[in-house]
Design a protein around this ligand. Structure first.
Ligand code: PLP
Length: 521
């Protein structure tokens, strides 16, 4: 493609994206396609001859958009946000345009050095202890991973190596591979699925521990689990605490868990994938209390900090632990500045690495700390608006307290009502919400996701929910009335021919009872 065409295609693509964003509210948030829809819209073979960019671009509307779930729609309230902003989109474009890989400092010094700088900016903005920063005197530092899942796995693998080294330093005759088979990891039963998966991938049993009434993992539970395992000859090695769980955005108790990990020489990793972004606001930094006990800390700017996927910020207190675990050298990877700046390939699973920090840098500069704080505060304001709608309707209830931009609510009564509500909302596709469970109750999670969300979007969602709630309850009432009528008819039949005296009175009492119990339920 020549420069001229690139510029025209680029301009048309940007126009397309702007138009897409402008029309997001008009599109159903969930697509109406069936599996296999796409292969029916495109040829079975790749084109023999080059096509024009105009043909390709028009196929994005025809082939792609019908099958897109619109994560950036203000009507998307499922999961947690996946961030998006124009500065980040252009940062991605710039990164693709420059095309460079930063696996070692020399493979692209700017890629490494901008990552060091942006991670320091971000860490300072969030109030992380300075031991985690690249600019501290110590061995700490930050790195951008592709996902929180990778960060959890990286922490687990580093924890394993650190424990083996520690134990062998006390008894050099110990058999490293045998020791590894005894290592155990711990997390709460509310932690993200990726945490359990890290245990599977890293061959370390991951204990999913029960939580307290606030869905929070407590120190006592962790300590008891560790003691049980020690008695069984196993070795506690890794703990993942969550700040902002996926189900209800609960915060594990770091001040209780941290000292236990420290005393037992167990690696503590903090997964703050979603809620971590809120720490750019000083008023939420108290929720970080206990972070000083952690060996690694992770959150996703690609969730709630306006930076497009993928961008997962991970800090470690001692980068040497990662390097010891992941260092594999080859002559073609060596350079004469080794040791003077990070060679980030040692901090991650793959060799190659994208220039992710460019988009983060664009975002931080174009929003400024103030702009980022405004974004977080706006999302929380929107969540409070939704919360007040739920509280204003006695047929609904909050299951947990609102936490950050997440509200967990349900219809009062048995779980079938909430199930019906979700099913109806999914079928209508006007808003997208997902279920979770909390203390045996089926709940609906409502997350404020995109930066485009306005008060009227929250009201729109609530009207949609309330309207479907009305229909479910009136259908329920109708059903109950039909049932009552049937019972009345049965009674009439039962008592026909025996009118008078005790029998008539009994009949009346039964009808009154049935009516009363209908009123109560
Ligand atoms: N941890 C928590 C608490 C999450 O909520 C999520 C996803 O929502 C993840 C981890 C996984 O994040 P990623 O997709 O970046 O691996």
């Amino acid at each position: 493609m020549e420069n001229k065409d690139f510029l025209e295609f680029g301009k048309a693509t940007l126009d397309f994206i702007v138009n897409y964003n402008d029309t997001l509210r008009e599109r159903d948030v969930l697509p109406s396609v069936e599996p296999g829809y796409l292969s029916e819209l495109v040829p079975a073979e790749a084109p023999e001859k080059p096509e024009s960019w105009q043909e390709v671009l028009s196929d994005v509307e025809r082939v792609i958009l019908p099958g897109v779930t619109h994560w950036n729609s203000p009507h998307f309230h499922a999961y947690y946000p996946t961030a998006n902003s124009y500065p980040a989109v252009l940062g991605e474009l710039m990164s693709a345009g420059i095309t460079t890989l930063g696996f070692s400092w020399i493979s692209s010094p700017a890629c490494t050095e901008l990552e060091v700088v942006t991670m320091n900016w971000l860490g300072k903005m969030m109030g992380l202890p300075k031991e985690f920063l690249n600019c501290s005197e110590g061995p700490g530092g930050g790195v951008l991973q592709g996902s929180a899942s990778e960060a959890t796995l990286v922490g687990l693998l580093a924890a394993k190596e650190r424990m083996v080294r520690h134990m062998k330093s006390q008894d050099p005759d110990l058999d490293g591979p045998l020791l590894k088979t005894k290592f155990v990891a711990y997390t709460s039963d509310q932690s993200n699925s990726s945490v359990e998966k890290a245990g599977l991938l890293g061959s370390m049993p991951m204990r999913l521990l029960p939580v307290d009434e606030n869905c929070c993992l407590r120190g006592k539970t962790l300590l008891e689990a560790m003691e049980r395992d020690r008695k069984a000859g196993l070795i506690p090695c890794y703990v993942v605490a969550t700040l902002g769980t996926t189900g209800t955005c609960a915060f594990d108790n770091l001040n209780e868990i941290g000292p236990i990990c420290k005393e037992n020489n167990v690696w503590l990793h903090i997964d703050a994938a979603y809620a971590g972004a809120a720490f750019v606001c000083p008023e939420y930094q108290h929720l970080l209390a206990g972070v000083e006990y952690a060996d690694s800390f992770n959150f996703n700017p690609h969730k709630w900090l306006l930076t497009n996927f993928d961008c997962s910020a991970m800090w470690v207190k001692d980068a040497g632990q990662l390097i010891n675990a992941f260092n594999v050298d080859r002559i073609y990877l060596a350079h004469d500045k080794q040791g003077l700046a990070p060679d980030y390939r040692h901090w991650q699973i793959p060799l190659g690495r994208r220039f992710r920090s460019l988009k983060l840098w664009f975002v931080m500069r174009l929003y400024g700390v103030e702009g980022l704080q405004k974004h977080i505060r706006h999302s929380i304001e929107m969540a409070k608006r939704f919360e007040s709608h739920v509280l204003s309707d006695e047929r609904f209830e909050l299951v947990t307290q609102r936490s950050m931009g997440l509200i967990c609510f349900r219809m009062k009564g048995d779980n079938s009502l909430t199930r019906q509500l979700l099913d109806r909302l999914m079928a209508r596709k006007h808003i997208y919400l997902i279920a979770a469970t909390c203390r045996e109750k089926l709940i609906i999670r409502f997350a404020v996701c995109t930066h485009l969300t306005k008060a009227e979007d929250i009201d729109f969602a609530w009207n949609e929910i309330r309207g479907q709630g009305d229909e479910i309850l009136s259908a329920k009432l109708q059903q109950e009335q039909i049932q009552l009528k049937r019972e009345e008819e049965n009674l009439n039949h039962e008592f026909s021919g025996k009118e008078g005296g005790i029998a008539a009175r009994l009949k009346n009492m039964k009808i009154q009872d049935a009516k009363q119990s209908q009123k109560i339920t």
